[in-house]
Design a protein around this ligand. Structure first.
Ligand code: HEM
Ligand code: HEM
Length: 151
């Protein structure tokens, strides 16, 4: 297994723990709901998106019989995604009391997170295109079943 697959899955679990902790704090003490944006991006961008990154980058090469075309891009994607969540969530948090630098932090996090997402899209898309597997079509353009079927 590639190190970044394992790292994405473990990072996503850490972001879930952080996101859920803020959620719990907001539920227990409603004035903290001003940190809603930090909470939902930790859960959605940190946990949901990153677990999808990790699982897809393990499964897609195996489904398509084709290693990821840009391994170094996948490694860069991992660090961009982590920096992105840290900066974006810090930006959302610092923006609440109006601390200087919050917007710069938020924009840097947005660029890093978007960069990671673009790396993912390009890498997975081109990996599927490079797959040696051809679509096998049966009569009427329907795909052929994988296991022999009774006549
Ligand atoms: C123990 C788990 C969680 C707790 C206690 C919790 C708690 C909360 C609370 C109290 C709010 C509302 C804040 C307000 O008054 O505006 C909220 C908003 C939100 N939470 Fe969670 N949450 C949890 C897990 C999650 C997870 C796992 C996700 C996503 C995968 C999520 C996504 C959201 C979103 C998108 C909003 C914003 C909804 C809006 O825009 O109004 N939460 N959460
Ligand atoms: C590059 C990644 C992302 C960036 C830069 C980003 C940035 C933002 C910004 C600037 C806002 C508006 C905050 C405001 O009201 O001032 C926002 C809201 C929101 N984002 Fe994201 N986001 C990203 C990814 C995501 C993803 C992947 C999801 C869900 C899977 C998501 C879910 C939401 C939701 C639900 C809101 C609305 C919250 C509300 O107003 O109730 N975001 N995001």
């Amino acid at each position: 297994m590639d190190w970044f697959v394992r790292a994405f899955i473990k990072s996503s679990l850490a972001w879930l723990a952080a996101g859920v902790t803020i959620g719990l704090a907001m539920a227990l003490y409603p004035p903290l709901a001003v940190y809603r944006l930090a909470h939902l991006h930790l859960n959605l961008l940190g946990f949901v998106v990153q677990i999808i990154y990790g699982v897809s980058m393990h499964v897609v090469p195996r489904f398509f019989g084709q290693p990821l075309v840009y391994r170094r891009m996948a490694e860069a994607q991992y660090w961009l995604a982590q920096a992105g969540v840290v900066l974006l969530v810090t930006g959302f948090t610092l923006r609440v009391p109006g601390i200087t630098g919050a917007t710069v932090c938020l924009i840097a996090g947005a660029l890093a997170s978007a960069g990671a997402a673009y790396c993912f899209v390009i890498n997975v898309w081109l990996t599927i295109n490079a797959s040696p597997m051809q679509t096998v079509l049966g009569r009427g353009g329907r795909s052929v079943p994988l296991r022999p079927q009774p006549m």
